[in-house]
Write a protein that binds this ligand. Structure first.
Ligand SMILES: [Zn+2]
Length: 276
């Protein structure tokens, strides 16, 4: 069953998680329902892609309202296709929420066990990985393009949580909307790096299309890396949504040849407020 379900034109949630874990907000935005113009039409949430900053801020305010998660509780990152993951506390709230300059430098993953923080990262084809260890209230999100994937950012998160006393079997992971195997053609250089990453945990995640050209299944490769990190197979959910195939729904860096907006992957516990 598809784990990501469209809630309205502007975002999808991980349905089974939000039903099962009260107070959790987790999902990814679409490209619809925003204010941006031209190649950023309409719900661009990335500051760094050349869009008007005022439009991006307006779009972010809209999403904050839809999710009922105030913008000053968000954190954002200057993502660099590396594998650094960072633990976030309430003291960090607001960093990167309304400007790129104040976002976390060189960070491609966030995690926290505190309420009232929305962890956000930007996407247009790269694989969003969502993590939850319900017993420990730990949640996280990571950005895995081909570099982050072969660098094993998925494993990086599992190891960081291990240092928090969380075992891999306690962790559930959702692999989110991203570029599919058919749409993602790469050259020999990348396949050589994939080869070094392979752990023999299932089918080969790539196919030869023609001499020097391969199609690569980044979601499957991430799944195998998670299995290697001892996350049980039944704890890994994976989407069928492709950012490139679904032109109406998503921005795609590949399909739109670089000139495009960004969706936002998000996960956070809403603050339980006393209503006395
Ligand atoms: Zn596709």
């Amino acid at each position: 069953m598809e784990p990501f379900v469209l809630k309205n034109q502007s975002y999808l949630t991980i349905e089974s998680w939000t039903k099962q874990f009260p107070g959790l907000s987790a999902g990814i935005t679409t490209k619809r329902g925003g204010e941006s113009k031209g190649s950023f039409e309409t719900l661009n949430l990335g500051f760094h892609v050349g869009d008007e900053k005022s439009s991006v801020c307006l779009n972010r305010e809209k999403v904050a309202e839809l999710l009922e998660f105030p913008l000053n509780c968000w954190v954002g990152a200057e993502q660099t296709h590396d594998i650094a993951v960072k633990k976030i506390t309430k003291a960090d709230r607001g960093k990167g929420s309304n400007s790129y300059e104040h976002s976390f430098k060189g960070t491609d993953g966030f995690y926290t066990n505190e309420e009232g923080i929305l962890l956000t990262l930007c996407f247009a084809d790269c694989v969003p990985l969502f993590f939850i260890a319900p017993e420990k209230k730990m949640i996280g999100v990571a950005h895995a393009g081909w570099k982050g994937t072969v660098g094993k950012i998925a494993n990086e998160m599992i190891q960081a949580w291990g240092r928090e006393g969380i075992k891999p079997e306690e962790i559930i992971v959702a692999i989110g909307p991203s570029i599919c195997e058919k749409c993602y053609l790469v050259d020999e250089r990348i396949i050589n790096l994939v080869e070094n990453t392979l752990v023999d945990k299932g089918r080969l995640p790539y196919n030869l299309i023609e001499e020097g050209q391969y199609s690569l299944d980044l979601r499957e490769l991430n799944r195998q890396i998670l299995l290697e990190a001892e996350v049980p197979n039944q704890n890994i959910l994976s989407t069928g949504f492709c950012s490139s195939c679904n032109q109406e729904e998503f921005f795609s860096h590949r399909r739109d040849q670089g000139g495009t907006g960004r969706m936002l992957s998000f996960i956070g516990w809403k603050e339980i407020t006393d209503r006395l």
